[in-house]
Design a binder for this molecule. Structure first.
Ligand code: ZN
Length: 266
């Protein structure tokens, strides 16, 4: 009897030890939840949607070149991160589909690359957006322009359930968005602008908030980077130069790398 009891105790403590030991493995796995595994790189616009147009170039082409270069740096220098592109060619991808690609692939980060433009030729510099409605009155024209690509899509009335990118009322529902990813999005956005300002020698216009459809519908930290103004002649030339594109792409790459190190050290 005693022996059986002892045997039972040994078995139980053995099991307990195993469970305890195993218990440490899941905690290791838990930590790896914060690993940056998959990043979606989204080149804005494409196909029948040229985006903004400068004197010598179109947003869709410049955004694609820079986005591809960011992805290439990541593939070469961050082999543990899978890079997913929303487009690699001059293809028209619906706004909704861009977010779907990221959500379907359970990406940990969504980085969208765009170029800015305004009527005046004066403004220049970079700005990085995170989701938010606080500045809507000030940047409504910009928001309207970036979201209005929806109007080029077939069946947009059905697919976007009455969301009209041109109507301020439509943005009321953006207020219902969850803010779960805001801190991480802000952290990356800040790193991007800091890189641009300190190492790429760009004029940073800062981190901003706007209800941009792709940022709203992605279920992960997400930023939209306006890498410069095609409406400014000097900047358009820079954005189209090989050196300019390389500097911008490496700045974005370094920001993603710093973000990765930060979230994985938590
Ligand atoms: Zn754009």
């Amino acid at each position: 009897m005693e022996r059986t009891k002892l045997k039972n105790i040994l078995i139980i403590s053995g099991l307990t030890f195993t469970f305890l030991f195993m218990g440490f493995i899941p905690s290791g796995e838990k930590r790896s939840e914060f690993k940056l595994r998959r990043v979606v790189i989204d080149a804005g616009h494409g196909g029948k949607d040229p985006g903004t147009i400068g004197k010598m170039s179109r947003e869709k082409d410049v955004a694609l070149k820079v986005a591809m270069q960011v992805g290439q740096y990541m593939e070469e220098l961050m082999p543990d991160v899978e890079v997913i592109y929303t487009r690699k060619t001059d293809a028209f991808i619906e706004l909704k589909e861009r977010a779907n690609i990221a959500n379907r692939n359970r990406a940990d980060l969504f980085v969208s690359v765009h170029c800015n433009a305004v009527k005046s030729t004066g403004p220049y510099g970079t700005e990085t957006f995170v989701m938010g409605t606080s500045d809507l009155n000030r940047n409504f024209d910009y928001v309207k322009r970036e979201n209005s690509v929806i109007l080029l899509e077939e069946d947009y009335e059905i697919n976007y359930e009455g969301f009209d990118p041109q109507s301020p009322e439509s943005y009321m529902m953006f207020n219902l968005m969850q803010k779960a990813y805001l801190n991480n999005s802000l952290s990356l956005a800040d790193k991007v602008e800091t890189e641009f300002r300190t190492r790429v020698n760009r004029h940073s216009r800062g981190v901003k908030q706007a209800p941009l459809y792709v940022l709203w519908t992605t279920s992960m930290p997400s930023v939209l980077i306006e890498i410069g103004f095609l409406s400014n002649m000097n900047e358009e030339r820079y954005l189209n130069s090989k050196d300019g594109q390389t500097y911008i792409a490496s700045g974005i790459y370094r920001a993603i790398k710093a973000y990765k190190e930060e979230i994985e050290s938590l």
